[in-house]
Design a protein around this ligand. Structure first.
Ligand code: HEM
Ligand code: HEM
Length: 183
Protein backbone atom coordinates (compact mmCIF):
# COMPACT_ATOMS: atom_id res chain seq x y z
CA UNK A 1 0.00 0.00 0.00
CA UNK A 2 1.29 3.39 -0.93
CA UNK A 3 -0.40 6.72 -0.37
CA UNK A 4 0.82 9.79 -2.17
CA UNK A 5 0.02 13.23 -0.77
CA UNK A 6 0.88 16.58 -2.29
CA UNK A 7 2.16 18.65 0.64
CA UNK A 8 4.76 21.28 -0.34
CA UNK A 9 3.73 23.87 -2.91
CA UNK A 10 6.38 25.25 -5.31
CA UNK A 11 6.92 28.43 -3.28
CA UNK A 12 7.69 26.50 -0.04
CA UNK A 13 10.19 24.36 -1.96
CA UNK A 14 11.81 27.31 -3.71
CA UNK A 15 11.94 29.17 -0.41
CA UNK A 16 13.52 26.19 1.36
CA UNK A 17 16.33 25.55 -1.11
CA UNK A 18 17.04 29.27 -1.62
CA UNK A 19 17.38 29.67 2.15
CA UNK A 20 19.71 26.65 2.29
CA UNK A 21 21.88 28.09 -0.50
CA UNK A 22 21.96 31.60 0.98
CA UNK A 23 22.75 30.41 4.51
CA UNK A 24 25.51 28.02 3.40
CA UNK A 25 27.04 30.72 1.15
CA UNK A 26 27.26 33.22 3.98
CA UNK A 27 28.43 30.68 6.54
CA UNK A 28 31.17 29.17 4.36
CA UNK A 29 31.77 30.97 1.06
CA UNK A 30 31.38 34.73 1.12
CA UNK A 31 33.95 36.93 2.84
CA UNK A 32 32.36 38.36 6.03
CA UNK A 33 32.10 42.13 5.97
CA UNK A 34 32.25 42.29 2.16
CA UNK A 35 29.40 43.52 0.02
CA UNK A 36 28.42 40.08 -1.33
CA UNK A 37 28.08 38.80 2.25
CA UNK A 38 25.76 41.71 3.03
CA UNK A 39 23.57 41.22 -0.06
CA UNK A 40 23.26 37.48 0.52
CA UNK A 41 22.31 38.29 4.14
CA UNK A 42 19.63 40.71 2.93
CA UNK A 43 18.37 38.00 0.57
CA UNK A 44 17.90 35.81 3.68
CA UNK A 45 15.86 38.62 5.26
CA UNK A 46 13.79 38.92 2.07
CA UNK A 47 13.13 35.17 2.01
CA UNK A 48 11.93 35.29 5.61
CA UNK A 49 9.61 38.21 4.82
CA UNK A 50 8.18 36.20 1.93
CA UNK A 51 7.74 33.19 4.19
CA UNK A 52 5.86 35.34 6.77
CA UNK A 53 3.33 36.36 4.12
CA UNK A 54 3.06 32.83 2.70
CA UNK A 55 2.50 31.48 6.21
CA UNK A 56 -0.68 33.56 6.35
CA UNK A 57 -2.07 33.27 2.83
CA UNK A 58 -0.39 30.16 1.38
CA UNK A 59 -1.91 26.71 0.91
CA UNK A 60 -2.78 24.48 3.87
CA UNK A 61 0.60 22.98 4.84
CA UNK A 62 2.45 26.25 4.27
CA UNK A 63 0.33 28.05 6.87
CA UNK A 64 1.43 28.73 10.45
CA UNK A 65 -2.02 27.62 11.57
CA UNK A 66 -1.14 24.14 10.25
CA UNK A 67 1.97 23.90 12.44
CA UNK A 68 1.63 26.03 15.60
CA UNK A 69 4.59 25.90 17.98
CA UNK A 70 3.33 23.30 20.47
CA UNK A 71 5.94 22.15 23.03
CA UNK A 72 3.47 19.66 24.58
CA UNK A 73 2.88 17.98 21.23
CA UNK A 74 6.63 17.97 20.58
CA UNK A 75 7.24 16.14 23.88
CA UNK A 76 4.50 13.70 22.84
CA UNK A 77 6.29 13.19 19.53
CA UNK A 78 9.55 12.40 21.41
CA UNK A 79 7.65 9.95 23.64
CA UNK A 80 6.27 8.23 20.52
CA UNK A 81 9.79 7.85 19.11
CA UNK A 82 11.05 6.45 22.43
CA UNK A 83 8.13 4.00 22.65
CA UNK A 84 8.51 2.90 19.02
CA UNK A 85 5.03 4.15 18.08
CA UNK A 86 4.81 5.42 14.53
CA UNK A 87 2.36 7.91 13.10
CA UNK A 88 2.20 9.65 9.75
CA UNK A 89 2.35 13.45 9.52
CA UNK A 90 0.87 14.99 6.41
CA UNK A 91 2.48 18.42 6.87
CA UNK A 92 5.04 19.31 9.54
CA UNK A 93 5.46 17.10 12.60
CA UNK A 94 5.35 18.79 16.06
CA UNK A 95 9.15 18.48 16.48
CA UNK A 96 9.63 19.69 12.90
CA UNK A 97 7.49 22.74 13.60
CA UNK A 98 9.64 23.78 16.59
CA UNK A 99 12.79 23.40 14.50
CA UNK A 100 11.32 25.54 11.72
CA UNK A 101 10.56 28.41 14.09
CA UNK A 102 14.04 28.07 15.57
CA UNK A 103 15.72 28.10 12.15
CA UNK A 104 13.73 31.05 10.85
CA UNK A 105 14.13 33.17 13.99
CA UNK A 106 17.86 32.41 14.02
CA UNK A 107 18.20 33.39 10.34
CA UNK A 108 16.26 36.61 10.98
CA UNK A 109 18.49 37.44 13.97
CA UNK A 110 21.58 36.79 11.82
CA UNK A 111 20.40 39.23 9.18
CA UNK A 112 19.54 41.80 11.87
CA UNK A 113 22.85 41.58 13.76
CA UNK A 114 24.69 41.59 10.41
CA UNK A 115 22.91 44.74 9.29
CA UNK A 116 23.51 46.39 12.69
CA UNK A 117 27.26 46.14 12.07
CA UNK A 118 26.82 48.42 9.05
CA UNK A 119 25.06 51.16 11.05
CA UNK A 120 26.76 54.15 12.65
CA UNK A 121 25.41 53.28 16.10
CA UNK A 122 26.56 49.65 16.18
CA UNK A 123 29.60 49.61 13.89
CA UNK A 124 32.52 47.97 15.71
CA UNK A 125 30.46 47.27 18.84
CA UNK A 126 31.79 44.05 20.35
CA UNK A 127 28.59 42.49 21.60
CA UNK A 128 26.92 42.82 18.19
CA UNK A 129 29.84 41.07 16.46
CA UNK A 130 29.94 38.38 19.14
CA UNK A 131 26.19 37.85 18.92
CA UNK A 132 26.43 37.54 15.11
CA UNK A 133 29.15 34.88 15.54
CA UNK A 134 27.26 33.01 18.26
CA UNK A 135 24.15 32.96 16.06
CA UNK A 136 26.18 31.46 13.21
CA UNK A 137 27.27 28.65 15.51
CA UNK A 138 23.74 28.11 16.82
CA UNK A 139 22.43 28.05 13.22
CA UNK A 140 25.04 25.48 12.20
CA UNK A 141 24.22 23.18 15.12
CA UNK A 142 20.50 23.60 14.39
CA UNK A 143 20.95 22.71 10.72
CA UNK A 144 22.89 19.56 11.63
CA UNK A 145 20.11 18.52 14.03
CA UNK A 146 17.45 19.43 11.42
CA UNK A 147 19.07 17.29 8.72
CA UNK A 148 19.70 14.41 11.16
CA UNK A 149 16.04 14.52 12.25
CA UNK A 150 14.89 14.52 8.61
CA UNK A 151 17.03 11.43 7.91
CA UNK A 152 15.95 9.61 11.10
CA UNK A 153 12.23 10.31 10.59
CA UNK A 154 12.47 9.34 6.91
CA UNK A 155 13.83 5.93 7.86
CA UNK A 156 11.57 5.41 10.85
CA UNK A 157 8.34 6.28 9.02
CA UNK A 158 9.43 5.05 5.56
CA UNK A 159 8.71 8.39 3.90
CA UNK A 160 11.46 10.03 1.87
CA UNK A 161 11.26 13.53 3.35
CA UNK A 162 14.15 15.14 1.42
CA UNK A 163 12.51 13.96 -1.82
CA UNK A 164 9.22 15.54 -0.72
CA UNK A 165 10.98 18.91 -0.38
CA UNK A 166 12.08 18.51 -4.01
CA UNK A 167 8.95 17.11 -5.67
CA UNK A 168 6.24 18.34 -3.29
CA UNK A 169 4.90 14.79 -2.75
CA UNK A 170 5.15 12.60 0.35
CA UNK A 171 4.94 8.86 -0.43
CA UNK A 172 3.80 6.85 2.58
CA UNK A 173 5.15 3.40 1.71
CA UNK A 174 4.52 1.56 5.01
CA UNK A 175 0.97 0.14 5.43
CA UNK A 176 1.22 0.82 9.18
CA UNK A 177 2.14 4.46 8.74
CA UNK A 178 -0.63 6.02 6.70
CA UNK A 179 -2.03 9.56 6.88
CA UNK A 180 -5.60 10.13 8.07
CA UNK A 181 -8.04 10.78 5.24
CA UNK A 182 -8.72 14.52 4.91
CA UNK A 183 -11.72 15.85 6.83
C1 HEM B 1 20.90 25.56 5.79
C2 HEM B 1 20.22 24.50 5.84
C3 HEM B 1 18.72 24.41 6.04
C4 HEM B 1 17.81 25.33 6.49
C5 HEM B 1 18.06 26.76 6.97
C6 HEM B 1 16.51 24.68 6.46
C7 HEM B 1 15.32 25.27 6.83
C8 HEM B 1 14.08 24.69 6.75
C9 HEM B 1 12.82 25.35 6.95
C10 HEM B 1 12.68 26.84 7.30
C11 HEM B 1 11.84 24.44 6.76
C12 HEM B 1 10.35 24.71 6.81
C13 HEM B 1 9.84 24.99 5.39
C14 HEM B 1 8.43 25.50 5.36
O1 HEM B 1 7.50 24.76 5.62
O2 HEM B 1 8.24 26.70 5.07
C15 HEM B 1 12.45 23.18 6.47
C16 HEM B 1 11.79 22.01 6.25
C17 HEM B 1 12.38 20.87 5.73
N1 HEM B 1 13.72 20.72 5.42
FE1 HEM B 1 15.18 22.04 5.73
N2 HEM B 1 16.66 23.40 5.98
C18 HEM B 1 18.00 23.21 5.71
C19 HEM B 1 18.60 22.08 5.18
C20 HEM B 1 17.92 20.96 4.77
C21 HEM B 1 18.50 19.81 4.10
C22 HEM B 1 19.98 19.69 3.71
C23 HEM B 1 17.49 18.92 3.89
C24 HEM B 1 17.54 17.56 3.24
C25 HEM B 1 18.29 16.60 3.61
C26 HEM B 1 16.28 19.49 4.43
C27 HEM B 1 15.05 18.89 4.41
C28 HEM B 1 13.89 19.45 4.87
C29 HEM B 1 12.61 18.76 4.86
C30 HEM B 1 12.36 17.34 4.37
C31 HEM B 1 11.67 19.65 5.41
C32 HEM B 1 10.20 19.35 5.66
C33 HEM B 1 10.15 18.65 6.98
C34 HEM B 1 8.78 18.14 7.32
O3 HEM B 1 8.36 17.15 6.72
O4 HEM B 1 8.14 18.74 8.21
N3 HEM B 1 16.58 20.74 4.96
N4 HEM B 1 13.82 23.36 6.44
C1 HEM C 1 22.19 34.26 7.09
C2 HEM C 1 22.83 35.38 7.24
C3 HEM C 1 24.27 35.51 7.64
C4 HEM C 1 25.21 34.55 7.96
C5 HEM C 1 25.07 33.03 7.97
C6 HEM C 1 26.44 35.25 8.30
C7 HEM C 1 27.64 34.65 8.68
C8 HEM C 1 28.77 35.31 9.11
C9 HEM C 1 30.01 34.70 9.53
C10 HEM C 1 30.29 33.18 9.54
C11 HEM C 1 30.85 35.69 9.93
C12 HEM C 1 32.27 35.54 10.48
C13 HEM C 1 32.24 35.58 11.97
C14 HEM C 1 33.60 35.46 12.54
O1 HEM C 1 34.27 36.50 12.65
O2 HEM C 1 34.00 34.34 12.87
C15 HEM C 1 30.17 36.94 9.74
C16 HEM C 1 30.70 38.19 10.01
C17 HEM C 1 30.14 39.39 9.60
N1 HEM C 1 28.92 39.54 8.96
FE1 HEM C 1 27.58 38.09 8.58
N2 HEM C 1 26.22 36.60 8.19
C18 HEM C 1 24.92 36.80 7.77
C19 HEM C 1 24.31 38.02 7.50
C20 HEM C 1 24.95 39.25 7.48
C21 HEM C 1 24.38 40.51 7.04
C22 HEM C 1 22.94 40.71 6.56
C23 HEM C 1 25.34 41.45 7.18
C24 HEM C 1 25.31 42.93 6.88
C25 HEM C 1 24.42 43.54 6.19
C26 HEM C 1 26.51 40.82 7.73
C27 HEM C 1 27.67 41.47 8.06
C28 HEM C 1 28.74 40.89 8.68
C29 HEM C 1 29.88 41.64 9.18
C30 HEM C 1 30.09 43.14 9.06
C31 HEM C 1 30.75 40.70 9.77
C32 HEM C 1 32.08 40.97 10.46
C33 HEM C 1 33.17 40.99 9.47
C34 HEM C 1 34.49 41.24 10.11
O3 HEM C 1 34.89 40.42 10.95
O4 HEM C 1 35.07 42.25 9.78
N3 HEM C 1 26.24 39.46 7.90
N4 HEM C 1 28.90 36.70 9.24
Amino acid sequence: MKTRLYVWDPLVRLFHWSLVAAFLSNAFLTRPGKEVHEWVGYAVAGLIALWLVWGLVGPRHARFADFPPAPGAAVGHLAEIAAGRRRAHAGHSPLGALMIYNLLLTMAALALTGWMQTTVSFFGVDWVEELHEALVLWAEVSVVVHVAAVVIESRRLRVNLPKSMLTGYKDFTDPQVQPQPPH
